[in-house]
Design a protein around this ligand. Structure first.
Ligand SMILES: Nc1nc2c(c(=O)[nH]1)N[C@H]1C(S)=C(S)[C@@H](COP(=O)(O)OP(=O)(O)OC[C@H]3O[C@@H](n4cnc5c(N)ncnc54)[C@H](O)[C@@H]3O)O[C@H]1N2
Ligand code: MOO
Length: 390
């Protein structure tokens, strides 16, 4: 059995970052920026007022000073003249500062009668002007790679970037296998259950930025598996679920091998998730996940998510390990890295008492996978431990 680190390296070796496509800005949220983009303009493009008030000359600002209002500068409509001594221009937020002005008095600090304004007594030093380029200058870069968030989309819009270079979405085929499975919403027979982890993994993949293709459930016979794996052709990554262990009906590896799968590894020293396999099938990366629902989801977090990130151009890094104190004592760990379903309470990690890999109800209430290294000795409450956020 190989270690988790060795398995992750082997998985990274199976995939490459995908090519770039250009999408309209409205479709770019959540996508991975694949090339640096640069601002095509400066923002603001002119010195602009940050308040509603009157543009004047700073040198003339003093308590009770009077000015004649000679015009108006509104957002989108500048004042075309040049300010002279004793003059003020009515100005609004976002409007260009008129030539000759270098100060904006907010309207609350003025009294207006007809064309005349009188200043108050406590004007202060703040000029209420945003110089040109306060936000960004033409040529300023947004650096790739970057998962674009709504704030990035707003920035790209302001930079007048209407089309965005992003990494193509990896197409991932998800294949649940097993005679016992039916789809959610169907009526299971007496010996059947509802496929669950395939839906959890698909949700995880969607969130990571994949184009997820749910294949029909394959039955535990080589004809059905072959048919399903044929449907998976054209994907960038195939995820099979179940049929990975040593039972008589665990057929994924032999059938995939018949169809040309070159195995990279089988079995990882981890718990849950031991019977994980991976390889290449006709040029497509394939990961065979164990069927137990929690095992499949844990492998999704530990392996599939980093692999997807590499395909999206986000580099090769494991899931970030965080640290927190233990809330309870735990016994020594065995020869496999243990990913314990746990909850963070008041900053402390509490592993659930029930760790069987079939328990989705425990996984769903967990917000952390506490990571116990191979042969970790017993730990006491208060000891620092590593965990993955889920
Ligand atoms: N003799 C041994 N038996 C087992 C070993 C072993 O080393 N020696 N390993 C155990 C471990 S660990 C795991 S994990 C499981 C993995 O089994 P498979 O990958 O072959 O998965 P299945 O047998 O098909 O299913 C296991 C379990 O999970 C349920 N399942 C499968 N797919 C789904 C799905 N899409 N949604 C919900 N539930 C699913 C299935 O009904 C079974 O209950 O093997 C152990 N056995
Ligand atoms: O490794 Mo299995 O995934 O423990 O249940």
């Amino acid at each position: 059995m190989i270690s988790v680190d060795e398995a992750l390296s082997a998985l990274f070796a199976l995939v490459e970052p995908l090519d770039i496509e250009h999408v309209p800005l409205r479709e770019a949220n959540g996508r991975i920026l694949a090339q640096d983009v640069t601002a095509t303009r400066t923002q603001p493009p002119f010195a602009a007022s940050s308040m509603d008030g009157y543009a004047v000359r700073r040198a003339e600002v003093e308590p009770d000073a009077m000015f004649k209002v000679v015009g108006e500068s509104a957002a989108g409509h500048r004042y075309n003249g040049s300010l002279r001594a004793g003059q003020a221009v009515r100005i609004f937020t976002g409007a260009p500062i008129p030539d000759g002005a270098d100060f904006v008095v907010i309207q609350e600090d003025t009294t207006r009668r007809g064309d005349l304004i009188t200043l108050g007594r406590n004007i202060g030093n703040k000029d209420n002007i945003r110089p040109a380029g306060t936000d960004f200058e033409i040529g300023q870069a947004v650096k790739a790679p970057l998962r674009l968030r709504p704030a990035d989309i707003a920035l790209l819009a302001a930079m007048n970037i209407a089309t965005v270079p992003v990494t193509r979405k990896p197409t991932v085929a998800v294949l649940a296998t097993g005679d016992e499975l039916v789809q959610p919403g169907e009526a299971p027979g007496p010996d059947q259950i509802v496929a669950s982890n395939s839906f959890g993994l698909a949700a995880m993949l969607d969130e990571l930025g994949a184009e997820t293709r749910m294949l029909p459930i394959a039955r535990d016979n080589s004809g059905s598996l072959k048919q399903a794996l044929t449907l998976a052709q054209g994907a960038d990554l195939i995820l099979t679920i179940g049929g990975a262990s040593v039972g008589d009906h665990d057929l994924v590896a032999p059938v995939a091998a018949e169809m040309g799968m070159e195995q990279s590894f089988y079995k990882v020293a981890m718990r849950p998730g031991k019977p994980l396999m991976a390889g290449h099938m006709n040029g497509i990366a394939m990961i065979g996940l164990p069927g137990n629902p929690v095992s499949a989801m844990v492998c999704g977090t530990v392996f599939v998510a980093p692999v997807l990130r590499k395909m999206l151009g986000l580099g090769t890094a494991p899931q970030p390990l965080l640290t927190a104190p233990l809330g309870v004592d735990v016994p020594p760990n065995g020869p496999r890295t243990h990913y314990m379903r746990a909850r963070l309470r008041n900053g402390k990690i509490h592993p659930d008492a029930r760790q069987d890999s079939s328990l989705l109800s425990v996984l769903a209430t967990a917000d952390a996978l506490m990571v116990r290294p191979v042969d970790d000795p017993a730990r006491a409450a208060g000891d620092m431990v590593n965990y993955l956020e889920i």
